[in-house]
Design a protein around this ligand. Sequence first.
Ligand code: ACM
Length: 638
Amino acid sequence: MKKLSLAFSCCLVSLLSFGQATKTTLAIIPEPVSITTKPGQFVLPKNITIQAGTSAEMVNVTSYLKTKLATATGALVTVKSKFAVPATIKLLLSTKTDTVLGKEGYELWVGVKGIVIRANEPAGLFYGVQTLMQLFPKEIEGAEVSHIKWTAPCVQITDYPRFAWRGLMFDVSRHFFTKEEVKQYIDQMVRYKFNLLHMHLTDDEGWRIEIKSLPKLTTVGAYNVKKVGEFGSFSPPAPDEPRTYGGYYTQDDIRELVQYGKAHFLNIMPEVDVPGHSLAAVASYPELSCTPGAENYKTRSGEHMMDFGAGGIKALVDNTLNPASEKTYDFLDKVLTEVAQLFPFGYIHMGGDECAKNFWEQSADVKALMAKENLKTMEEVQSYFEKRLEKIVESKGKKFMGWDEIIEGGLGPKAAVMSWRGIKGGITASKLGHEVVMSPTTFAYLDYMQSDRVMEPHVYATLRLSKSYQFNPVPDSADAKLILGGQANLWTEQVFTFRQAEYMTWPRGFAIAESVWSPNEKKNWNTFYPKVEKHFARLNEAEVKYAPSMYDPDFKPKMAVDSIMSVELMNEIPDLTIYYSFDNSYPDRFYPKYTAPLEVPKDATQLRVITYRGKEPIGRMITMPVAELKRRLGKGGE
Ligand code: ACM
């Protein structure tokens, strides 16, 4: 009896501690609405049967799941239609709509004997599959068979998104990214339950979508001169430099991408950015400009072209469309006829940001328009343009969306607003009764540096992972029902390769995913960053690049009254130790440990630091020139 109870209590203890262990090892991003861990684990058999329906949408889910399992485990995976028994994984559509789960929610049960995912719609099953993948070992993300024990902890999960709009914007204009790269981006997005890819298809540097009625947009407008270094300050291209850098998507490519997105439960929203950011269009069709001499314009190759000074935005070359010319509206009608047919998504984004007005101010056409339409300011001129554009977009059966500048001269009747200059514009627009997507620079700009500027390609601002994680698309003062959701934006001026696009997106994309999917009250930095580390290991398996910047400290120089400089180092995550040197050698954990602001020795030229977790170096070796610290003090800058 005694023996029996001892055996029983051992068993109980091990069950309890197992339950405990599974709880602490779960690392699902974005965090589900509710997780109940259970004792035990499921082990994938050598022969896997998936039971599921056979509609086209269901096949998208089952073929995804089958490919993932077969690729990584080497198992024989068979898909059987409904009622096949026994099944390893059952994907069930609810017979009666579960209002809690909605269109994209799911329930997932992992038991010792099998796995069941239930949802109202195939989209929900797809997201259940994504969660299930994160319960399997990281090798599930690999492209080769791993001979490991394929277990998943027993759990019950109920989950559904906070927002229907969960997006990332990918700027394929500043640098062109191929169709295959865009597909890879979609692959990466959907693992984290994003459902909207916003493609910034046109800008000064390149027009990236074939418009059959306007062929010069791509024969001329899709190419510029290849330059390498820091975009924005490249030497102006010489006339004989070849304009062969770039590319575009044919209409077949676009259809293929849209189809690829659909198969992954993701929509693609096109953006045609007008009336500013339009040099590629003007270089192709100079009659769209209000400025004489536009026939000599060329697409931009990253040379200095815009001034963002205190007096407002000034273009050095007129990169705008003429708002006073019918040719502009005829052009946009043609573009939108084709764009609307290619993209089934309900919204077309028409840009509207950063439109320099200095050439409009000089234009006789624009002055005449102002007199005729009684427009008092340049913002009202832009508003006139946007309202006409909204009508064209609507005539194609689509909804019109623009960056928050379109609020300035008065919003069109049904315009939806994407708020990027903070959340202010979004709040204003929602109060005026307009739909809003939040994508503020303050939390959601993936082109910003993630670490200290000495560690990153230079961009004018920094956005740390922990700050991104604070993104809340519905601030208290907005009208919540009009906020469709949120997204992060990857502008690619300084992103020359797809590897760098990945680096800029992850892990901040995790923070955004959790901000747009998970309940706000479930977000917690102290539980999030350990999950990020587990997902780094998954990205390694998937061979996706990411930024390890959360291991880099921030440097805060201060000047004491006796003109001795000190520098404070701040870690983004708490359990790291920093070691440093001022003698130009590379520190390790046998060097001095940072405990308080460091006095910079009078003759030191650089501070080197590295972070450790215990005995393991975890951060990058950072070399901070003392001159750079002094420069920051002088400017008081970041
Ligand atoms: C923007 O970042 N110019 C929308």
